[in-house]
Design a protein around this ligand. Structure first.
Ligand code: ATP
Ligand code: MG
Length: 241
């Protein structure tokens, strides 16, 4: 996964953080934030303040989750009146949506599903300081001025409470040369919730990244029978918030 460097103006702040290292742009998110890889083993994430989550919140979660899981180690972070940034140590592996893995969806989807299962099994619910439970998500959306439809206020009974990734889209899983998940990134929304909140988003995102027909393989790789009611509910909640 990389972006045509010619299309990207390197922000002044990123240039300073690079401290002489060469920069390669790798990602642009939905609000114009950019991620760069440096040639000295770091990633620099920079972007406008995000109403949903802050990079400071992400840094806290990375430090916590890193006790049990392979996630980026935080090297530096900061904020100014308009933007924020996070510098992390590069993890091995390539995003599940790199050119290589887009060409091999069967391997990528299996890695994302197995990686999500491992994340849920390794992170301890007891002692996790953050919630991604439905009422908290609906309240947080309300604070951003989003009114969730009434029919979504009643959620299905919790199947299994886990520490959710919070943005389990395929690009946030890294895959090693062996075709297995090698790490997780983008943990800014991590918190306790029903495991189906993540499974539903991961399954839905296979269609965005690999085309139709991979949802079942994702759920199978996670290692459960599809729960259509919870998948539909958490997909709709994601889209509504
Ligand atoms: N420390 C790291 N090691 C390896 N790859 C990384 C690292 N940090 C970021 N990346 C890569 O950069 C991409 C963008 O990072 P990240 O997902 O954190 O940004 P984002 O802007 O929050 O993404 P989104 O569009 O999902 O909101 C990731 O998908 C991953 O491929
Ligand atoms: Mg991401």
């Amino acid at each position: 996964m990389s972006m045509p460097a010619a299309d990207v103006v390197v922000p002044e702040r990123v240039r300073a953080l690079a401290d002489g290292a060469r920069l390669e742009p790798v990602w642009r998110n939905g609000i114009g934030g950019l991620t760069f890889r440096t040639d000295d083993g770091r990633f620099i994430k920079w972007g406008p303040h995000d109403a949903e989550t802050s990079m400071a919140a992400e840094a806290e979660r990375l430090a916590w989750a890193g006790r049990w899981l392979r996630v980026p180690r935080v090297l530096a972070g900061g904020t100014d009146p308009t933007h924020e940034w996070l510098v992390t140590e590069a993890l091995d592996g390539e995003s599940a949506v790199s050119a290589r893995w887009l060409d091999d969806p069967a391997t990528a989807v299996r890695a994302v599903g197995e990686g999500l299962r491992a994340l849920h099994e390794r992170l301890p619910v007891d002692g996790c300081p953050w919630s991604w439970r439905v009422p908290d998500r609906i309240a947080a959306a309300g604070e951003r001025g989003i009114r969730v439809p009434d029919r979504l206020r009643d959620h299905p009974p919790v199947d299994r409470l886990v520490v959710c990734h919070g943005d389990a889209c395929c690009p946030n899983t890294l895959i090693g040369d062996d075709g297995r998940w090698s790490g997780h990134v983008d943990l800014g929304a991590l918190g306790v919730g029903d495991r189906w909140a993540d499974i539903a988003v991961a399954a839905m995102s296979t269609a965005w990244n690999y085309g139709p027909g991979w949802e079942g393989a994702l759920v199978a790789a996670y290692g459960v029978a599809p729960d259509e009611e919870r998948i539909a509910y958490y997909r709709d909640l994601w889209n509504a918030t």
